[in-house]
Design a protein around this ligand. Structure first.
Ligand code: ZN
Length: 287
């Protein structure tokens, strides 16, 4: 377990998705345990643009965790416990419209939860491993992503010569299988933009801890209902991610430089609990 003197070792967290397993060259590995268990991997701490960054590969650095077995609560708690207040979450998604082909970067402003089995709250009234019990808290989630982070992401992408799609709905499915054609056609018919497997509960857990969270959805394939081919293959996903990893890293680095920190961070995310008492202290704070 980290001690309070180890707080503020990082300010911005980057959760790397499929194909994004390392970030900066010179990083220090730190093992962090949490009241919710172990995160996906050790945290890697380093500096970029004069700011302190923590990197965490979402599936583990050897990609041993499928989306439904990721300990999202531990991941977000671990990042917050080293001081992180801004999170950038790149992820691989399928495009639900023909114009969102492989290589499209979409910065979603909405999400649809179609997951089934994941713990998606810290404030569920259950007793934790350390004997503490939270109160029941309901956070506002009408706008699931940080508006400032989204603007910063779209700007960073444009500066890198990558015209990001500004807004759209990411539907998050349980996985680990890809969608059937019927599911995919239904998702598209709802007007949703992209489909992924990890965007939820990552975003809501960040919100519960009062962190800013911005999703960078990289389209690696056209989903089954949009594509006339054989459907999605994982090798295709990794191939497209690999082809785009350079500019994805540039966008994330530019965001690290530009995201507001400290008292400059004044968005709805910081007021997520709306005065409700969670009963347990979020990491990096005292009740
Ligand atoms: Zn925010």
């Amino acid at each position: 377990m980290m001690h309070s003197d180890e707080l503020s070792r990082a300010e911005i967290g980057v959760i790397g998705g499929s194909g994004f397993y390392s970030f900066l060259d010179d990083m220090t590995e730190v093992e962090v345990d949490t009241p919710y268990g172990r995160p996906s991997d050790s945290l890697l701490l380093g500096e970029a643009a004069g700011r302190k960054v923590a990197f965490l590969p979402r599936h583990g650095r050897d990609h041993h965790l499928p989306p439904h077995r990721i300990n999202y609560r531990a991941n977000l708690w671990a990042l917050a416990s080293v001081g992180v207040r801004q999170i950038v979450g790149p992820c691989a998604v399928g495009g639900l419209r023909a114009e969102f082909g492989p290589g499209t970067l979409l910065v979603p402003d909405q999400l649809m939860d179609r997951t089934r089995s994941r713990a998606q709250s810290y404030y569920d009234g259950e007793e934790r491993a350390d004997g503490q019990r939270s109160n029941v808290v309901h956070v506002t989630f009408a706008d699931p992503y940080c508006p400032v982070g989204r603007r910063t992401a779209v700007r960073a992408a444009r500066a890198a010569g990558w015209a990001a799609v500004d807004g759209g709905t990411m539907v998050v499915v349980e996985g680990p299988r890809f969608s059937t054609r019927a599911e995919s056609l239904w998702h598209a018919a709802q007007g949703w933009s992209v489909v992924g497997m990890t965007g939820h509960p990552e975003a809501v857990l960040a919100r519960e801890l009062g962190l800013c969270y911005t999703s960078l959805a990289l389209v690696t394939d056209l989903d089954a209902g949009t594509d006339t081919g054989a459907g999605v293959a994982h090798s295709e996903v990794l191939e497209v991610f690999a082809a785009n990893i350079g500019r994805m890293r540039d966008v994330v680095l530019d965001m690290v430089r530009a995201l507001p920190l400290g008292t400059y961070r004044d968005c709805l995310c910081t007021r997520a609990l709306g005065g409700q008492d969670p009963g347990i202290a979020p990491p990096g704070t005292t009740l």
